[in-house]
Design a protein around this ligand. Structure first.
Ligand SMILES: [Zn+2]
Length: 276
């Protein structure tokens, strides 16, 4: 991942000075516009400082709206989000569809191939995953926490891209954005059991790790490692998966983290087709 600084002079005069740092993956072709937001570039005040994009946790709606307006300037067309419920459901978005209707659909992944459509997911420790298929032009945004990972939400998105658009897993490019890292994602026995049920070699493959602080009955989980394995099983090439090392929990300056700060803000992963 690398950082670009977005500022749209058509939306905001450059003299006003704001810019939006977005993490982007070098794996994605130029005709896909995408990015992962950080805390920087927005107008919200503590504890939502500054680019909180989530609307449910008590931030001033006018500030959230301004933050979303700034992000909207960085992606093509209309940005669609769904109602995230930590499950494996995927929703397809067609050109011209009502954003309000999609926002009511319970789904943790969105897929489309339409120019003028952008797809987004809200996160604050869970993985924001973006998928692009250069061959068919299809793309996806997926929210994958531990429940979604165990439920198979990323392979479900790969299947939806195949069913809806004829995408082949071997052609896909996938970026796993900033999420809680194995350094900080401590879990109990029930979560370990869920990962071992999904991946019998979860310990041997580094998905489930011994508690770094030696806590009894606790282990740490590497969510990105787990998703890499299930994506490779689904036919995605290992070199086509970009997973940044950022940890939302460690990096307070750059990222919101639910586990660290509770309901104090959400960042987003977004992707759309430029149509250029
Ligand atoms: Zn960490």
């Amino acid at each position: 991942m690398r950082t670009i600084h977005f500022r749209d002079p058509a939306v905001e005069p450059a003299s006003n000075g704001w810019e939006l740092p977005l993490l982007v993956s070098p794996l994605f072709e130029a005709d896909f516009v995408h990015g992962f937001t950080t805390r920087a570039g927005g107008v919200s005040v503590p504890p939502f400082d500054t680019l909180n994009l989530g609307g449910k946790w008590g931030d001033d709606p006018a500030r959230v709206a301004e933050n979303r307006r700034r992000l909207a300037g960085a992606v093509p067309g209309r940005c669609y989000v769904a109602r995230q419920v930590h499950g494996p459901a995927i929703v397809r978005v067609r050109a011209g569809e009502g954003a309000e209707a999609i926002a009511r659909v319970e789904a943790d992944g969105l897929v489309s191939d339409a120019v003028g459509v952008s797809l987004g997911v809200f996160v604050a420790d869970c993985i924001p995953a973006l998928i692009a298929d250069p061959r068919t032009g299809a793309f996806a945004a997926v929210h994958a926490g531990w429940r979604g990972t165990v439920a198979g939400v990323l392979p479900a998105a790969v299947r939806a891209l195949a069913t809806e658009f004829g995408a082949r897993p071997g052609d896909l490019r996938i970026a796993l954005g900033p999420a809680i890292g194995p350094c900080c994602f401590e879990v109990g026995e029930e979560v370990v059991a869920a990962f071992v049920a999904l991946l019998p070699d979860a310990r041997g493959s580094g998905v489930v790790l011994p508690s770094p602080r030696g806590a009894a009955g606790k282990s740490n989980v590497d969510l990105k490692a787990a998703n890499r394995i299930v994506l490779e099983r689904a036919g995605v090439s290992p070199e086509a998966i970009d997973a940044g090392p950022e940890c939302t929990h460690c990096d307070r300056a750059r990222f919101f983290s639910f586990r660290r700060d509770g309901s104090a803000g959400q960042q987003m992963g977004v992707i759309g087709r430029s149509g250029a």
